[in-house]
Design a protein around this ligand. Structure first.
Ligand code: RFL
Ligand code: PHB
Length: 400
């Protein structure tokens, strides 16, 4: 890679960086995407799986949703399982017929990489951005380290789509960005198993032994999670222990027990909420996990990353086409409205479904909230609207 100049430099080939690159290339804006990991690693990284209704439509309209529409599983409801009793939340009935699509994040990444390779636009793997400089100049620049040495890539803008431990936000002088954070006293142990899903819809389960989630990727692949202690180590969990715990927590009188199969992927994810604001400093703009993290209970992380990019792409395209920079000026405020809604929803789902501790008052409040959700249509509708996803595309206005 020679030192190059482009219009928009994108750090990170996760869903945020790849989709931004795709949307800008469609409108003739030149981009360079730099990714520290290998192509293989990025395509195999197992993470989120629930795509909001509006996000799925957006991906399709952008020309990268064909395989998602063919292979994704459309779900019209989810189940809450409380101490063995099943309660269905009829998402589509509660929210104008809208549904979620279950389709693995790494499949979206594969589809976006395929589109990028077809376009021939630059995408470098095994290339690490080690520094960002010139944020407040007309020519912000990143230093890229590869096995061949260091290169510089400069552009009109640098976009940090580099995830939660990224170099982009760390390059901003101390005190400029405010960081809001909440750490939860549990982690998720997640597995991907070659086992046909025993349930047709996702099951969010609250059990005296802890949280469990039943999800899936295809008619032959199940994705399951266990709420575990925050300091839990993977080595302490044999396959047998994982299946035993899942079977106990997910047990129900009303349905068959879970199907087991070889575990082909496993990992432990700590639970955090983080927001970095504003999402821009000079000509460095942050998007996706680089700017905010949610605990996975609301299935919002991937969806938020994509919604940021829908706003940013439009703002950049506007600025290049007509010189109108108002979209860029409002980018952070526009995104943060949706981000904070998702932060609240994810926090709420997390604290409602996990064991909070020994405090009897907290536990009674939690149970009351759960009973309300599964018995009141108004309460369930609130959940459905947030889970399936609020409409995209509300630009912040002066009064916000
Ligand atoms: P990503 O996907 O983390 O992509 C960032 C990319 O930037 C690269 N990178 C760099 N490249 C060049 N130079 C550097 N200095 C770089 N530093 C980093 C990274 O290698 C990576 O490829 O962020 P993006 O695009 O914002 O997408 C966000 C989503 O990935 C994320 O919100 C969700 O996956 C969160 N998440 C989950 N969300 C859910 O809704 N449901 C889940 O089940 C779920 N599981 C997860 C998750 C996140 C996880 N992480 C981050 C540890 C499980 C895990 C393990
Ligand atoms: C998943 O399928 O990986 C998944 C589903 C729902 C969540 C989190 C993860 O809330």
């Amino acid at each position: 890679m020679e030192s190059v100049r482009t219009q928009v430099v994108i750090i990170g080939a996760g869903p945020a960086g790849l989709l931004l690159g795709h949307l800008l290339e469609l409108e003739g804006v030149d981009t360079v995407i730099v990714e520290t990991r290998s192509l293989d690693y990025v395509q195999q990284r197992v993470r989120a799986g629930v795509i909001e209704y509006g996000i799925a439509n957006f991906l399709e309209a952008s020309g990268v949703g064909t395989r998602m529409r063919a292979e994704g599983l459309v779900h019209h409801g989810i189940e809450f399982r409380l101490d063995g009793a099943s309660h269905r939340i009829a998402l589509s009935d509660l929210y104008d017929g809208r549904a979620i699509t279950v389709y693995g994040q790494q499949e979206i990444v594969k589809d976006l990489i395929a589109a990028r390779l077809t376009s021939g636009a630059p995408l470098f793997f095994d290339a690490t951005v080690t520094a960002v400089v010139g944020h407040s100049t007309e020519r912000p620049t990143v230093t890229v380290r590869t096995s061949d040495g260091d290169r510089e890539v400069s552009g009109d803008y640098v976009i940090g789509c580099d995830g939660s431990h990224g170099v982009a936000s760390a390059s901003v002088p101390t005190g400029v960005l405010r960081r809001y954070e909440r750490v939860y006293p549990f982690s998720w142990l997640g597995i991907l198993a070659e086992a046909p899903p025993a349930a047709e819809e996702l099951i969010y389960c609250r059990h005296p032994q802890g949280f469990a989630l039943y999800s899936m990727r295809s008619p032959t692949l199940s994705r399951l999670y266990l709420g575990v202690r925050p300091d839990e180590v993977l080595d302490a969990w044999s396959d047998e222990r994982i299946w035993d715990e899942l079977t106990t927590r997910l047990a129900s009188d009303q349905s068959a027990s879970i199907t087991q199969g070889p575990i082909i992927e496993r990992g432990i994810t700590p639970m955090r909420s983080v927001v970095v604001a504003p999402m821009r400093y000079g000509r460095l703009v942050l998007a996706g996990d680089a700017a905010h993290i949610v605990p996975p209970t609301g299935a919002k992380g991937l969806n938020l990353a994509i919604s940021d990019v829908t706003v940013l792409a439009e703002a950049l395209i506007d600025s290049y086409r007509s010189g109108n920079r108002s979209g860029l000026a409002e980018y952070s405020r526009t995104c943060l409205r949706r981000v904070w809604r998702a932060e609240h929803f994810s926090y709420w789902m997390t604290t409602m479904l996990h064991q909070l501790g020994e405090d009897p008052f907290d536990n009674q409040l939690q149970l009351s909230q759960l009973r309300y959700i599964v018995s009141s249509e108004a309460a369930a509708r609130t959940l459905a609207e947030n889970y399936v996803g609020l409409p995209l595309g509300h630009r912040a206005v002066a009064a916000d």
